[in-house]
Design a protein around this ligand. Structure first.
Ligand SMILES: Cc1cc2nc3c(=O)[nH]c(=O)nc-3n(C[C@H](O)[C@H](O)[C@H](O)COP(=O)(O)O)c2cc1C
Length: 190
């Protein structure tokens, strides 16, 4: 495949999209849309989110050491975009986006009811990197939409229906059909 060299870039395409919630010490919640996020350890379960210090949410999460990573389904893409272009410094994004806060089990920031998955996290470490600081979060509780479970207790991806984000062209995307499952290339046919 013929390639064109461009300046060094972070082309991990697609990126996940999360609605990360936080709450200040006065009990005021906020939501920030985050694409620079990833799984960093399975056991203990840990995820990372990278946030610019200029974001209103940054100092709240640094101060309280808690956040919730909520996975939005494609249906609420417009709300996701809104939470990523408006600052919660002087605006209530739950109200403006029409999202519903729900009491978390372990941490103070609320879950987002309209999201199909919510992971409650405690900050384990903050790593300054450059324009972003990376927050390493240990997942202390996980919630998955009841509807997503089939009769055997397996989680159906179609119900999670997560969004993806394409950084090169700054578009939100839906994911396509399943192409195979883990290890299927070695499984015997029929
Ligand atoms: C799709 C998308 C992804 C984003 N990803 C990040 C991110 O990973 N890190 C970050 O610091 N800001 C990111 N932003 C920008 C923040 O969401 C945005 O500046 C937001 O208004 C900050 O809210 P706050 O000031 O209430 O914290 C993203 C925005 C969008 C639309």
């Amino acid at each position: 495949m013929k390639k064109r060299s461009i300046k060094p870039n972070t082309f991990l395409v697609p990126a996940p999209v999360a609605l990360v919630t936080c709450q200040d010490r006065g009990g005021r919640p906020n939501i920030i849309t985050i694409a620079w996020a990833g799984v960093i350890c399975s056991d203990p379960p840990m995820v990372s989110i990278s946030i610019r210090p200029s974001r209103y949410s940054y100092s709240i999460i640094k101060d309280t050491g808690e956040f919730v990573v909520n996975i939005p389904p494609v249906e609420i893409v417009k709300k996701v975009d809104l939470c990523g272009i408006v600052s919660g410094k002087s605006r209530d994004k739950f109200f403006e986006a029409g999202l519903t806060p729900v009491q978390a089990e372990v941490v103070s920031p609320p879950l987002v009811d309209e999201c199909t998955v919510s992971m409650e996290c405690r900050v384990a470490e903050i790593v300054p990197l450059g324009v972003h600081d990376m927050f390493l979060g240990e997942v202390v509780a996980t919630h998955v939409a009841e509807d997503a479970f089939d009769e055997e207790g397996n989680i159906r991806f179609e119900i999670l229906n997560p969004l993806a984000y394409s950084p090169p062209d700054r578009t939100y995307r839906a994911l396509g059909d399943a192409l195979g499952s883990y290890g299927y290339s070695r499984k015997k046919q029929g």
